[in-house]
Write a protein that binds this ligand. Structure first.
Ligand code: ZN
Ligand code: ZN
Ligand code: FE
Length: 758
């Protein structure tokens, strides 16, 4: 049938989102050929541009299929179509990348895909056992990129010249390695290397893998270079090996993550719900916190002492697959770093910083440009909760409808730092940077800011930070403003930013009732807040309830020593004589002078800041349960109470009072002190907190409830609250993709700035 000229149309299609480096152009190419359409496709700074010509109905089908069957790693944010004049092209072609300085969204690193895994274990394949196998659907992205656009020359693969075979695959639009930027093989790719600090003993490639496996088997701690940095690795079954790693890393009890060969071996150790399984095998492969089986005898007892959960994950790079396949037993795989420092990315740095911890390493020469830790997640009430946003998920980008011409850079808080960029309708959250308590981590923070500015060609018009005057991020912001006077500074209260981060994830602009419970944050009155109930919009907030104030005697010291916090709560309720008369284990864990000194400090306000923190209340209750030792790591008290509340279940709770805008805890503490069944304290305490949240929510029945802040990392508490709210038909939102802890603060700050007029 001859087509009349009128029935032929030419459309220009603009697509934005994650559409570069994810196989989008070959997908369009194949689709156009399938429909026998003419035209071309190319990448530009904003995404992908297509010109397509053919019969109206066919073009329409083509466009519909773009949306329906886009490649797995892609994400379409906008798709705009315009009619243009007919042209005379012979066929459909892919036009090479136009080098532009504009930005487009970048895909995070992705787990080895099934096609590549199959090839890797296929003896006949030329990439059999090749530790750097990848394709357009998998492999490194963020960790190897220097600048956009995402082309090989802009990545750390630039030094590896493709061999003829790889080049042919790279240039063939029908091949799944077409424009897979990190493509390589034994002949042309990076090399593995076994390095020993003690002896002259080097090996390459598969021999290096053999050697490192032998070291792990013999009980050594080894370092293995992964996607975003080195892991410290040892045999997770071997008590001596795990203890040695702990002692050397000065990390005595903080739980260690464990990598398993596959789901079957993992399920021998842990109870896994179906939805947890989906998360564990997902293409992002985060570390997932799951329940240990009580009778499991595989993991040694030092992996996650005193708690009932463990962080588990599956291999996500070809190298991990090879190692676990050889070992056939689970390994500890924890970020190689000094405590509070960023993950180590470089071999030289490794032996310099951790000479006592590790003496052998499996290194390779594909440089890590941007460090990236493993993501950590859990599931509560059938929802994913992000504890650490990193590999696989970050940079996390999404689009917003809020129009704002100014570019925003939000710096987050001090702990679990992330940064957020907002520009031209895009919001981008960086991977986890860490706790900014050391020179090294501040350096890493500065680097991350630079990297993101470079990647997205970004110069901020507005800087947003916390109100805490001593946060490193606040200091950095003020210095930046001094050097860039045209840039504006905004400071957002910490707990308000917690609320805003959840509002941002769900694009909420209604007034919400936000429960922001965490360790501590700087309050508007200069005190340390952390048990706040806010009535909030994206523009302003009102503090409608807060936990009753108590003193942190000795400031920082009290945060490490829960016993002191508990004592200070007792001082609020009882006289000194009454406390001496108690004669319980708790009181006798102090000597009399100590009690007197602390009492004096509190009465006179010497080094005793006032706080409303629920996190610290947790610590106090933990001490009153009979745990008098200083904490080894942040969140320890909550995790142990979580375990106890599952072991000693009860529906009972304590009495509490809401008075004006204060959540009073004196009665609560009194009941806990007098509790005869100490083992029931954790469950009863958390039941009480959940009930408080319900009672307050019922006072604002038509408001959506938000639960945000580190305290809600406690799965027992979160689950309880969610169940109560659901029963009472109260709408609620809990952050899922965005970290529920301080990792979400930068997003909340950016969301605030986006809503300010101008
Ligand atoms: Zn692949
Ligand atoms: Zn090659
Ligand atoms: Fe916080």
């Amino acid at each position: 049938m001859l087509l009349s000229a009128e029935s032929i149309y030419r459309k220009k299609i603009y697509i934005s989102g994650i559409v570069q480096g994810v196989g989008f152009r070959p997908f369009i190419y194949a689709l156009a050929n399938k429909h026998k359409l003419r035209g071309f496709v190319f990448n530009d700074g904003n995404g992908v541009v297509i010109e397509v010509q053919g019969e109206n109905e066919t073009v329409f089908k083509f466009i519909k299929e773009i949306d329906l069957s886009a490649p797995p790693l892609s994400r379409i944010d906008t798709l705009n179509i315009e009619d243009i004049k007919l042209k005379t092209d012979d066929d459909f072609t892919i036009i090479e990348s136009q080098d532009t300085s504009l930005s487009t969204m970048l895909s995070p690193d992705m787990t080895l895909c099934n096609d590549c895994k199959r090839e890797m274990f296929d003896k006949k394949n030329r990439r059999y056992m090749y530790p750097f196998i990848n394709c357009i659907n998998c492999g490194p992205r963020y960790t190897i990129i220097k600048k956009l656009p995402y082309d090989r020359k802009n990545t750390s693969m630039q030094n590896f010249a493709m061999c003829d075979k790889c080049k042919a695959e790279y240039e063939d639009p029908t091949n799944r390695r077409y424009h897979a930027q990190p493509i390589s093989c034994y002949d042309c790719g990076p090399k593995l290397e076994f390095i020993s600090l003690m002896e002259v003993c080097q090996a390459q490639d598969n021999e290096a893998v053999e050697k490192i496996c032998d070291c792990i088997k013999s009980g050594k701690t080894v370092a293995i270079k992964g996607l975003g940095g080195f892991h410290l690795v040892c045999d997770a079954r071997n008590e001596e090996a795990v203890m040695l790693l702990r002692i050397n890393k000065h990390r005595l009890t903080k739980p260690l993550a464990v990598m398993f060969e596959n789901m079957q071996s993992l399920q021998k150790v842990c109870k896994i719900a179906k939805s947890e399984k989906e998360l564990i095998v997902s293409k992002e492969r985060p570390i997932v916190l799951v329940k240990k089986k009580k009778q499991q005898q595989i993991l040694c007892k030092y992996i996650a002492p005193n708690i009932d959960r463990v962080g588990v994950f599956l291999p996500y790079t070809p190298l991990h697959e090879l190692i676990l396949k050889k070992l056939k037993f689970p390994i500890v795989a924890t970020s190689a770093n000094l405590s509070d420092e960023p993950i180590i990315q470089d071999q030289k740095e490794l032996f310099k910083k951790l000479p006592l911890v590790v003496e052998v390493s499996l290194n390779h020469n594909r440089e890590i440009i941007n460090g990236c830790d493993d993501s950590v997640m859990m599931q509560v009430a059938n929802q994913n909760i992000t504890l650490r946003l990193a590999r696989g998920f970050a940079p996390l980008s999404f689009v917003t409808k809020i129009q704002k011409s100014k570019k925003i850079l939000a710096l987050g808080a001090q702990q679990k730092s992330t940064i957020t960029l907002a520009f031209e309708g895009n919001i981008i959250i960086s991977p986890y940077i860490g706790d900014l308590n050391t020179v090294g981590s501040m350096e890493y923070f500065r680097q991350t800011v630079q990297t993101f500015q470079r990647l997205y060609n970004f110069k901020p018009d507005i800087i947003v930070c916390d109100k805490h005057p001593r946060y490193e991020t606040t200091k950095w912001a003020k210095e930046y403003i001094q050097n860039h006077p045209s840039c504006e500074l905004m400071q957002v209260q910490h707990h308000y930013a917690h609320a805003l981060s959840t509002m941002a994830e769900y694009a909420l602009d209604e007034e919400v009732l936000a429960f922001c419970f965490d360790g501590t944050g700087f309050g508007d009155d200069g005190k340390l807040w952390g048990g706040e109930v806010l009535l909030a919009t994206a523009h302003k907030y009102k503090r409608v309830y807060h936990l009753e104030e108590f003193a942190l005697i000795g400031g920082e010291k009290a945060i490490k020593e829960p016993r002191r916090v508990a004592l200070s709560l007792l001082f609020e309720i009882f006289s000194l004589d009454e406390i001496y008369e108690m004669q319980n284990d708790f009181v006798s864990s102090f000597d009399k002078n100590e009690i007197q000194t602390l009492h004096l400090m509190q009465k006179r306000g010497i080094n005793s800041v006032k706080t409303t923190s629920v996190g610290r209340l947790f610590d106090a209750v933990y001490a009153l349960c009979g745990f008098f030792e200083p904490l080894q790591y942040e969140g320890e008290s909550g995790m142990i109470m979580e375990r106890l509340s599952c072991e000693f279940r009860t529906k009972r709770k304590y009495k509490f009072t809401l008075y004006n805008d204060v959540i009073c805890c004196q009665n609560l503490i009194k009941s806990i002190v007098n509790e005869t069944k100490k083992e029931l304290i954790p469950a009863k305490f958390m039941n009480t907190l959940a009930e408080m949240i319900l009672q307050i929510s019922l006072q604002y029945k038509n408001k959506r409830v938000i639960l945000s802040g580190g305290v809600f990392q406690n799965s027992y508490l979160l689950e309880k609250v969610v169940v109560l709210l659901t029963k009472n038909n109260i709408k609620y939102s809990v952050a899922s993709k965005v970290p529920i802890n301080d990792g979400g603060i930068s997003l909340g700050q950016a969301y605030y700035a986006l809503h300010q007029n101008n």
